[in-house]
Design a protein around this ligand. Structure first.
Ligand SMILES: Cc1cc2nc3c(=O)[nH]c(=O)nc-3n(C[C@H](O)[C@H](O)[C@H](O)COP(=O)(O)OP(=O)(O)OC[C@H]3O[C@@H](n4cnc5c(N)ncnc54)[C@H](O)[C@@H]3O)c2cc1C
Length: 309
């Protein structure tokens, strides 16, 4: 089977989410990549070095600079004439593009797979991760998004793919990029951070969140996450949100502070290796998934913990 993997990038370098998708694709067969962007030849060269990669299709065109789904999906659908499966990371970019590719090919999309069981058989979580469905496709071509935390990352070095320029239909003329507001952060990106310190509604406001969560995260070199309640109340920007409608993470250590552990939050973090919870309510559901739990007032416990590190 020949697979085509959508490379996630910012026209300068390959994003980590791509690597787990390559691992999933390699379980299906030959791995080809699609780099769609503008001035992104360096991305294609970097992508060609990923272990196990064959051809890298480079579509370098101003129309693809911001990877607008309306422009990239027809390009990918065209390349699918020579491929059997299209795989994209289940990130905002992948989730935006893949279903349009599926519709253009008139096939189903299989979303957010967590394992490859056979050529056409996959598992994926449903009901906020409370059940795992095994699904088998009967479509001629597969369109799949891949949950990054469920697959090891392919090695970024060691491959010897060849880069081949391709052109697509270009600008569909039905959407345009206006501007981006990017949250500046020196911290590790949430979905690849080894340690995450996450705060919930109990943190009261933005200043308190900063005062209690940031020093602990700094000490641990950790990424910072939050529950939806903390995001909705404006303590932190919404790209901090962990959960069903936020980011799915699986770090080595996840520290949940003042988070009750609603199922929609657990859906985003319950695969973390070690979960530590600090909550003053001993009946909080978070303690059912925590490996280490501390029933305490966070306003005492967190500074004490930070001080001792
Ligand atoms: C469709 C849908 C999608 C959703 N998606 C998400 C999602 O992606 N992510 C997400 O997080 N939520 C999501 N939610 C919301 C979710 O249901 C919860 O409302 C939310 O997770 C609660 O956030 P919280 O735990 O911070 O707040 P709360 O549930 O209010 O919990 C606060 C916790 O802090 C504890 N606490 C209070 N004071 C202290 C103190 N001084 N010291 C220690 N502990 C203290 C309390 O005991 C309590 O357990 C979604 C909901 C819906 C309906």
């Amino acid at each position: 089977m020949k697979t085509l993997v959508l490379v996630e990038h910012d026209n300068a370098s390959v994003k980590d989410a791509t690597l787990a998708t390559v691992t999933a694709a390699s379980k299906l067969g030959e791995v080809h990549l699609l780099v769609a962007g503008s001035g992104c030849a360096a991305v294609a060269d970097e992508a060609a070095k990923i272990a196990g990669v064959g051809k890298v299709h480079l579509a370098d065109d101003a129309a693809y600079e911001h990877q607008l789904a309306e422009n990239v999906a027809p390009l990918a659908a065209g390349l699918m004439a020579d491929h059997d499966a299209f795989l994209a990371p289940a990130t905002t970019t992948g989730k935006n593009i893949a279903p349009r590719v599926a519709a253009l090919l008139d096939v189903m999309q299989i979303s957010d797979i967590i394992s490859v069981e056979g050529d056409k058989t996959f598992t994926r979580p449903i009901y906020a991760g409370n059940a795992i469905a095994t699904v088998e496709s009967s479509d001629a071509k597969l369109v799949i998004t891949v949950r990054g935390t469920a697959f090891d990352k392919a090695a970024a070095e060691g491959g010897s793919g060849t880069v081949e320029a391709v052109s697509g239909p270009g600008d569909a003329g039905i959407s345009s990029f206006v501007s981006a507001e990017i949250a500046e952060s020196e911290r590790p990106e949430l979905t690849s951070a080894k340690i995450i310190v996450s705060g919930g509604r109990a943190l009261k406001d933005a200043a308190t969140f900063e005062e209690y969560i940031t020093p602990l995260a700094d000490k641990l070199g950790a990424g910072i996450g939050a529950s939806r309640a903390a995001v909705d109340a404006g303590y932190v920007p919404n790209d901090y949100q962990v959960g069903q409608t936020g980011k799915i993470v699986a770090p080595e250590v996840y520290i949940a502070i003042g988070i009750s552990g609603a199922i929609q939050h657990l859906a985003g973090m319950k695969d973390s290796k070690t979960i530590i919870a600090i909550n003053k309510d001993e009946d909080a559901p978070i303690f059912q998934v925590a490996d280490i739990g501390l029933v305490a007032d966070l306003f005492n416990a967190v500074p004490e913990l930070t001080g001792k590190l």
